[in-house]
Design a protein around this ligand. Structure first.
Ligand SMILES: CC(C)(COP(=O)(O)OP(=O)(O)OC[C@H]1O[C@@H](n2cnc3c(N)ncnc32)[C@H](O)[C@@H]1OP(=O)(O)O)[C@@H](O)C(=O)NCCC(=O)NCCS
Length: 269
């Protein structure tokens, strides 16, 4: 008898700028798909551009969840943990497209939206624009671990240093969001060692976690926008990541991105 082979874990990512969905259509879809709480949140923004981002990102969540799970957009029940992390409520009989587990995570920044979806595992994503201003980025660095602050300081001020800050920041946010901890996780309690160009060479987790449970992917979906994905996966798995661009009307052709194996920082000797 041959052992059942587990299908490869597929991580589906959707990157959708706000301007990929016409405002009038976004409003129509929001009226049909968003729940009362989402509609109330959408109505509370001071600026139209923030309202638009909220509406586009949330109709995108519901559309992608419908594609992946088979639950119609307006029927998905999305609940939030005590720390604010959204989850899809699983129907008692399982998901219409099969399986029981489906995790997702959303990030939005300055008109760009990134959504990650995976079955059976936990995912966290973060997207940030590079043009945030040096002062804001300098403030962010204060929250990093000492070895990360040192690595950032080794780069000359300007774009090279900003890239280092944002690479670390997106990875830290993605990890924190995968764990659902938000502000409850101190950003200096874990650290990353990065390759010069792209890629995580080492990960020192917080005291309550293990490095080998985590995979990290860095992306630049469009020039000037950096993103990171944190995925919890078994050590013997080889997950596949598929990156889609645009609004998820249908499963478009995707760019395949390799998910590197887990990386650990050498412990004290
Ligand atoms: C709030 C937080 C979840 C993300 O905030 P952010 O980076 O400003 O926003 P993002 O756009 O990446 O993510 C927001 C989305 O994440 C999701 N989210 C909310 N709380 C979450 C949590 N606890 N865990 C995971 N995802 C969460 C929601 O979908 C939210 O969007 P929505 O409210 O429109 O539904 C959290 O990571 C946080 O508090 N981070 C701040 C940590 C920090 O100190 N950073 C600065 C130093 S590096």
């Amino acid at each position: 008898m041959t052992a059942a082979v587990e299908p490869a874990t597929t991580v589906t990512l959707w990157f959708c700028p706000d301007d990929r969905l016409a405002p009038s259509l976004a409003t129509t879809l929001a009226a049909q798909w968003l729940d009362a709480q989402e509609r109330e949140s959408a109505g509370q923004f001071l600026f139209e551009r923030d309202r638009r981002q909220y509406v586009v990102s949330h109709v995108m969540v519901r559309r992608v969840l419908a594609l992946e799970s088979g639950i119609p957009e307006g029927e998905a029940v999305i609940w939030r943990s005590s720390r604010g992390r959204p989850f899809l409520q699983k129907p008692a009989g399982g998901l219409p497209r099969g399986g029981r587990e489906l995790d997702f995570n959303l990030s939005h920044a300055g008109g760009h939206n990134l959504l990650g979806v995976v079955r059976r595992h936990r995912i966290g994503v973060d997207v940030e624009r590079l043009d945030r201003g040096e002062q804001e980025l300098a403030g962010v660095v204060q929250a990093f671990a000492p070895e990360e602050r040192e690595w950032v300081a080794q780069a000359p001020p300007g774009r090279a240093r900003d890239v280092r800050v944002l690479r670390l920041w997106t990875l830290k946010e993605a990890y924190s969001k995968a764990r659902g901890l938000g502000l409850g996780l101190s950003f200096d309690s874990f650290s990353f060692q990065l390759d010069e160009d792209r890629g995580v060479r080492g990960f020192r987790p917080p005291d309550d976690d293990l490095s080998q449970r985590w995979r990290f992917v860095e992306l630049e979906p469009v020039p000037g926008v950096l993103a990171a994905v944190a995925l919890m996966a078994g050590e013997d798995e080889t997950p596949v990541l598929e990156l889609h661009h645009g609004f998820p009307w249908a499963r478009s052709s995707a760019r395949r991105v390799a998910v590197p194996p887990a990386a650990a920082l050498p412990g004290p000797v």
